[in-house]
Design a binder for this molecule. Structure first.
Ligand SMILES: [Zn+2]
Length: 241
């Protein structure tokens, strides 16, 4: 294939734009902020779930607390009733003695129930502390996630702007390259990691970075300027400048 030296040079400029597009895509896919955002999003979800679990546990324990409060109230009212009866002195001595026994066992029961109640309250206190610390962690992570999402969006916007400008430049430049040469370039590029044309520099192809032997180099150099040369190794268009 024949193509003017300037057309071949334009092909290199086109290649530079295409390589930029590949780099921009790579950058967009590998933003450090995106990785950080993913990590923080997972941490936020985990803190939120733990917080919900602790709240549920607290509500179960509160239910337990009100049950034990009712138990204590029942015993207290029974004690009051028995004490009134005892104070009234009504009943046989045997009945009064039974009342005293009952009061003693009720007092023991009351002490046990109050101890249970206290234990439950201590557990609620500990849970409250856990909930507070989890909620603080969750809220801090939420703030971080929001800021990182914004940072990621800004970074992607910037990359997209650069991409759009490059695409516009590419479109303009590709119109200036002969269709045959452009088609060959596109065909090679599609099957060669996005590189269709490379410069011959210091006796090496900059596409595959392999040196060209002296005999081939002498033959290539002797070819007319408008001869389109292909690298023997990678088959890319080799532009001699
Ligand atoms: Zn090569």
């Amino acid at each position: 294939m024949k193509a003017s030296k300037s057309a071949q040079e334009k092909l290199l400029a086109l290649q530079a734009l295409d390589s930029s597009l590949i780099q921009l895509d790579h950058k967009a896919r590998n933003l450090p902020v995106a990785k950080l955002l993913d990590d923080k999003t997972v941490a936020h979800a985990s803190a939120r779930d733990l917080c919900v679990a602790a709240e549920t546990e607290k509500s179960d324990i509160k239910h337990e607390l009100s049950k034990s409060e009712i138990d204590v109230e029942q015993v207290v009212s029974r004690i009051e009733k028995d004490e009134k009866r005892l104070a009234s002195g009504l009943g046989t001595p045997k009945e009064l003695e039974q009342l005293q026994h009952e009061l003693a066992s009720l007092a023991k029961r009351r002490a046990e129930l109050e101890e249970i109640e206290l234990e439950v309250m201590v557990r609620i206190d500990a849970l409250d502390q856990r909930i507070n610390s989890l909620a603080a962690e969750r809220d801090a992570l939420h703030t971080e996630v929001t800021a990182l999402a914004k940072e990621k969006e800004t970074a992607l916007d910037e990359i997209n702007r650069a991409k759009n400008a490059t695409i516009a430049d590419r479109e303009q430049l590709s119109k200036e390259v002969e269709p045959d040469l452009l088609a060959l370039y596109e065909k090679i590029r599609a099957g060669a990691d996005g590189i269709g044309a490379a410069r011959l520099h210091a006796g090496a192809c900059q596409g595959c970075n392999l040196s060209i032997n002296a005999a081939d180099l002498a033959r290539i150099t002797a070819l007319p300027d408008d001869e389109v040369v292909r690298c023997e190794e990678c088959r890319r268009i080799l532009v001699r400048i």
